[in-house]
Ligand binder design. Structure first.
Ligand code: FEO
Length: 172
């Protein structure tokens, strides 16, 4: 059985992950508009992953005999200025999610909820990967600068991402 405070935090996290899904879909739409289909595909898959993250919390709450309460989610950003601007926002967002996961984890530790800690370990590892991927793409885009040919090559590379695969080829 989950404590009330953990149940509330996990319900908040369902909304946070759903928001992330919408935010990444908005980023995908931005790249569709720029005719960069590889970036668009990468963010679309990212959006699907975030929904899966939300569903992990959804299922875990039920597994622990808790109650899920879906919440309203906010308006995502839709303008980013440049491809680099998109990844800078994505990294800032992932850093925020890392802080949210750490806060839930710290609560589970305080409450001696070992099952929740075991469940959250997957998210702690995932956040390392998410931040690393965003940072790597920021570094690459900074190197590319305004070279359109290099941007098109990166678009092809990102377009090769398969569902369940991270940017560096690792399974998620
Ligand atoms: Fe669900 Fe990108 O963290």
């Amino acid at each position: 059985m989950l404590t009330k405070s953990l149940e509330d935090l996990m319900n908040d996290q369902i909304a946070n992950e759903m928001f992330a899904s919408n935010q990444y879909l908005a980023m995908s739409a931005y790249f569709e508009d720029l005719s960069l289909p590889g970036f668009a595909r990468w963010f679309r898959l990212q959006a699907e992953e975030e929904r899966e993250h939300a569903m992990k919390f959804y299922d875990f709450i039920h597994d622990r005999n808790g109650r899920t309460r879906l919440q309203a989610i906010g308006q995502p950003l839709i303008e980013f200025g440049s491809p680099l601007g998109v990844f800078e926002k994505a990294l800032a967002h992932e850093q925020k999610v890392t802080a949210q996961i750490n806060n839930i984890y710290a609560t589970a530790v305080r409450e001696n909820d070992f099952a929740s800690q075991a469940f959250l370990n997957w998210f702690v590892t995932e956040q390392v990967e998410e931040e690393k991927n965003a940072q790597q793409l920021i570094d690459t885009l900074r190197l590319i600068g305004d070279r359109g040919d290099a941007l098109v090559m990166l678009d092809r590379e990102l377009g090769a991402r398969e569902p369940g695969q991270e940017q560096d080829g690792a399974e998620s």
